[in-house]
Write a protein that binds this ligand. Structure first.
Ligand code: PMP
Ligand code: GLN
Length: 382
């Protein structure tokens, strides 16, 4: 059972976070915030623990969370979801993805993802012994070419996994692209999996859940998580919304992965999903400012920077600094500048590294003083 890189190795995030700890460098590698989220969310989880919500919750999640997920889908996207039959709480988006891929693919089925792809997709597709087909996202816009999407589908396609807003490139899929995916999913009788963990972190670009498009819901598995929306990445409360027959198959797998997870934390996320609109817009506005701070710092240090439309990450091209191998450069960056970043090749199959060899992903979901310090250290590197 091999990881995305064909090796049974630790993830790039674990390797780079360990490097940050051992060198004392600023960790702009792994994407997690360094500040707590809304107090209401934290207090609700604390209260749930005090109130004795400390045993196994129901297999599909606590009703309070499933209701909140259903109401959130209706409020932000106009999607009507039955909280009792069409929602499943999971151990983060990660378990949602694992259970979905394991439940819905057989050996030899083809699974399409965008590339670069979040590394767990590659590992899970390998675990399922399915075949991984990719659609490239290329600089500077990191949008998929429609002909490449058409070419990726075949009679063997079982799933297409979308990720919008996208990690690592920060791109957001537009309506035309999503419509094409729905059309092709019908034509080839494939299912659509959509990873929307950055759904509330867009910078002036509309996030369109593909499940909201005509003809999509019946074949779409939508996945999200509270981690990015409420600064609770360590809680691992995620969820799936999908039509009942598909969800039942996924639940059958989930029950033997973790069975259930995070009862008191589910109370916290339920409160978060019901927060007023200005919480969600404030989250994106705050991160947009952080994006601009780090972007300016990276440009000043000599990197070519693509401004992301969404998410936690900025892609910087180190080629203007004379770098030809960003993976090697990232291993020396803690010494050179006291900063950790992730080479984009960590999200790309080895045979396709060519277009991505000089690109680095930096996380900007950090306090402004941390970003300022990182920017100053990177500029001092010249
Ligand atoms: N998908 C994407 C695109 C991610 O960036 C992440 C990392 N947060 C995950 C899934 C995993 O989410 P979770 O921590 O909720 O398992
Ligand atoms: N999603 C985060 C990232 O992309 C963390 C991933 C992880 O640690 N597995 O950096």
């Amino acid at each position: 059972l091999l990881g995305a890189d064909g090796q049974l190795s630790q993830t790039i995030f674990a390797e780079m976070s360990a490097l940050a700890v051992s060198t004392g460098a600023i960790n702009l590698g792994q994407g997690f915030p360094d500040e707590d989220g809304p107090i209401e969310v934290l207090d609700a989880a604390r209260k749930a623990i005090s109130d004795g919500v400390n045993q196994y919750p129901p297999g599909n999640g606590l009703p309070v969370l499933r209701n909140a997920i259903s109401e959130h889908q209706e409020r932000f996207y106009g999607i009507e979801i039955d909280p009792d039959t069409e929602v499943l709480a999971t151990a983060g988006a990660t378990e949602a993805l694992a259970a979905t891929i394991l439940a819905l693919t057989n050996e030899g089925d083809e699974v399409i993802t965008l590339e670069p792809f979040y590394d767990a997709y590659g590992a899970m597709i390998n675990y399922a012994r399915a075949t991984h087909i990719t659609v490239p996202l290329r600089a500077p816009n990191f949008q998929p070419n429609h002909d490449d999407i058409r070419a990726a589908f075949s009679g063997r396609t079982r799933l297409i996994i979308l990720n919008s807003p996208h990690n690592p490139t920060g791109s957001v899929l537009d309506r035309e692209t999503l419509e094409l995916v729905v059309e092709l999913a019908h034509k080839y009788d494939a299912l659509i999996v959509t990873d929307e963990v950055y759904e509330h972190i867009t910078f002036g670009h509309e996030h369109i859940p593909i499940a909201s498009l005509p003809g999509a819901f019946d074949r779409t598995i939508s996945i999200s998580s509270g981690g990015k929306t409420f600064n609770t990445t360590g809680w691992k409360i995620g969820w799936i919304t999908a039509p009942q027959p598909i969800l039942q198959a996924i639940m059958a797998v989930k029950q033997y992965l973790t069975y259930v997870n995070g009862a008191p934390l589910q109370h916290g996320i339920a409160v978060g999903l019901g927060l007023p609109d200005d919480y969600f817009t404030g989250l994106a506005d705050g991160l947009a400012r952080k994006r601009d701070t780090l972007g300016a710092g990276l440009r000043n240090a000599g990197f070519d920077v693509t401004t992301p439309q969404a998410g936690y990450f900025i892609i910087a091209d180190a080629a203007p600094l004379g770098v030809t191998d960003a993976a090697e450069f990232c291993r020396t960056l803690p010494d050179l500048a006291g900063v950790v970043g992730i080479p984009v090749t960590a999200f790309v199959h080895p045979g396709n590294h060519g277009d991505y060899n000089t690109l680095i992903r930096f996380a900007f979901c950090k306090r402004t003083d941390v970003l300022d310090r990182a920017a100053a250290q990177l500029s001092g590197m010249k």
